[in-house]
Design a protein around this ligand. Structure first.
Ligand code: SF4
Length: 257
């Protein structure tokens, strides 16, 4: 029997989505980063990490995350703090509006929701400084609810793997990607898939130097096929990157730290 090897263009959209989700989970369970905010399902702690990560590198956030939570361990303690105290605890991270919004959000959660974060994207998105991405992150990382996320990393990965050509406006393209992100997660994998897409975009499918030659998606990635057929050189130094060094093994749902 002849076996036909499909090119990425010949794999159906459904087939590509399934392959993507399975490959991503396989990769993440071996190479996902073990980050402190992945060891909690407390929505307040997830929110603090997400707000810090908006404009600050992961390594720097690690240091500030613990310091901030030591000073304001719960949403109640943040809510009753003075703005000066919050700004002081944020010192060194910059972009102080993030701290002001976080403070206001804590006050709203305490006043309006009795200290319990709401578990719907709409209600979360109404809180100061929380957009659709952050709402999705809280929903999926804290409440394990079926909510997609789309940040710069996730957007880049999805566009590269799935999108043949962009004909539409940016807004339309964005809507499509949100839909795509939603179809990739499932109720049982939402936490891992959302975390995995961010890690994958940050460490493998990076903006400037994607590591295509060692990427597990390359057999069905549209961008990889395009680069190969147009003979775009993919600058990548095998010597400098080792997947085994990329991260510690990840333990989902570990105890709250
Ligand atoms: Fe990204 Fe290259 Fe992997 Fe495609 S093959 S997902 S472009 S790293």
């Amino acid at each position: 029997m002849d076996i036909k090897i499909l090119t990425p263009g010949e794999v159906s959209a459904d087939g590509r989505r399934q392959l993507f989700a399975r490959t991503l989970l396989y990769w993440f369970r071996r190479h996902g980063r073990d980050l402190p905010w992945r060891r909690t399902r407390n929505p307040y702690k997830v929110l603090v990490s997400e707000i810090m990560l908006q404009q600050t590198q992961v390594e720097r956030v690690k240091e500030f995350y613990h310091r901030f939570l030591k000073r304001f361990p719960t949403v109640h303690e943040l809510a009753v703090a003075t703005e000066d105290d919050v700004i002081e605890a944020w010192e060194g991270l910059g972009y102080y509006n993030r701290a002001r919004n976080l403070h206001k959000t804590a006050q709203t959660v305490v006043e309006k929701y009795n200290g319990e974060f709401p578990d719907s994207v709409d209600e979360l998105s109404d809180l100061p400084g929380i957009g659709r991405y952050t709402a999705g992150a809280i929903m999926s990382f804290a409440f394990l609810k079926h909510a997609p996320i789309l940040d710069t990393n996730v957007k880049r990965v999805l566009e590269r793997v799935f999108v043949k050509r962009v004909h539409s406006s940016q807004a339309k393209q964005e809507r499509r990607l949100w839909k795509l992100a939603e179809t990739i997660i499932s109720p049982t994998t939402v936490w891992e898939i959302n975390q995995a897409m961010m890690d994958f975009g940050a460490t493998i499918c990076s903006a400037k130097n994607p590591k295509c030659p060692i990427c597990p998606m390359r057999s069905f990635c549209i961008e990889y096929e395009k680069r190969k057929s147009s003979q775009i050189d993919i600058p990548y130094d095998f010597e400098q990157t080792s997947l085994s060094k990329a991260a510690e093994p990840h333990v989902p749902y570990a105890a709250d730290l």
